[in-house]
Design a protein around this ligand. Structure first.
Ligand code: ATP
Ligand code: MG
Length: 281
């Protein structure tokens, strides 16, 4: 039984693939400059159900654009992006997003921001179930006591945690997280990484997560996808076979951790230098 399970994990199973990007090219029309900017070029990537995929790469390489394409917020110029075997045609309750810039509603309290997915999507929950979930996820992100606060009364890290609670409250199949811990202090950040790992393992969620922190990438990922400087392409996919839960195993002390970290750092550094040398489109 254990062997069969281990074997299954090694052989990619098409039925267990949840997100498939094939030859995906996405860009933007820059009306003011009368130009077209290619943000991502020819991205081939399949994400398995329950997998934790982390995207890293220099600023402006198209990471946010890629998760926006999965979320249905931008359309492919070329190629396809499919979720559960169907081309993405817009946002849906199966995918939730934690936005890089929080995207909270300033006139709503913490509680009311977290409750938003229930107003936008009919999930068939009773009022009690919704109230219970809102309470549970506010507690999970450590914001108990701030339910009635408005975003302007919160720090950057607290706002980010509201965004995380709002993404999780609908218990989506797929979590798209755009640098969700960037504004959170180092100690809380590590604790939240541990919480997220535990949480998604329990819920069986598929996660596509963006970070600029190589440590965060190695700590969380099943695979790290390194994206090259603009137009973003897949430069390398690095499998991370460290034991889970990573927090409990204290993986940072393992020699493999250092090897992976160095390898990914080298890949990203090359691209970041290229980005710093010229912002050509
Ligand atoms: N709405 C838009 N209109 C025009 N250009 C855009 C738009 N959104 C992104 N871009 C451009 O597309 C490219 C990729 O942007 P994207 O936000 O995907 O990068 P990123 O990898 O997420 O960067 P960062 O790490 O800084 O968040 C950039 O050159 C950016 O200027
Ligand atoms: Mg971004």
């Amino acid at each position: 039984m254990a062997l069969a399970a281990a074997g299954a994990a090694l052989v990619p199973n098409v039925a267990s693939t949840v997100i498939v990007s094939k030859g995906l090219t996405v860009g933007y029309n820059l009306h003011r400059e009368r130009k077209r900017l290619t943000a991502l070029k020819n991205i081939d990537l399949s994400v398995r159900r329950g997998e934790f995929v982390v995207l890293v790469g220099p600023s402006g390489c198209g990471k946010t654009t890629f998760i926006n394409a999965i979320a249905g917020l931008v359309e492919p110029w070329e190629g396809t992006i499919e979720v559960n075997g169907r081309p993405v045609s817009g946002p849906g309750p199966d995918r939730a997003m934690v936005f890089q810039d929080y995207a909270l509603m300033p006139w709503r309290t913490v509680e009311s921001n977290v409750r938003m997915p229930f107003e936008l999507q009919k999930l068939g929950l009773s009022q009690e179930e919704m109230d219970e979930r809102v309470r549970r996820y506010i507690e999970l992100v450590d914001l108990k006591g701030f339910e009635k606060s408005y975003p302007y009364e919160l720090s950057g890290g607290m706002k980010q945690r509201v965004g995380i609670a709002r993404a999780l409250v609908g218990e989506p199949d797929i979590l798209l997280a755009d640098e969700p811990f960037a504004a959170i202090d180092a100690m809380t950040r590590e604790a939240m990484q541990g919480e997220l790992e535990r949480f998604v393992a329990k819920a069986g969620q598929t996660v596509v997560f963006i970070t600029h922190s190589i440590d965060e990438a190695v700590t969380l990922a099943d695979r790290v996808v390194v994206i090259s400087y603009r137009p973003g392409r897949v430069k390398e996919i690095v499998p991370v076979n460290l034991p889970r839960p990573r927090f409990d195993y204290d993986v940072k002390t393992l020699p493999e951790y250092g090897v992976l970290r160095d390898h990914i750092w080298r890949l990203v550094k090359d691209e970041a230098f290229q980005a710093a040398r010229g912002e050509k489109r």
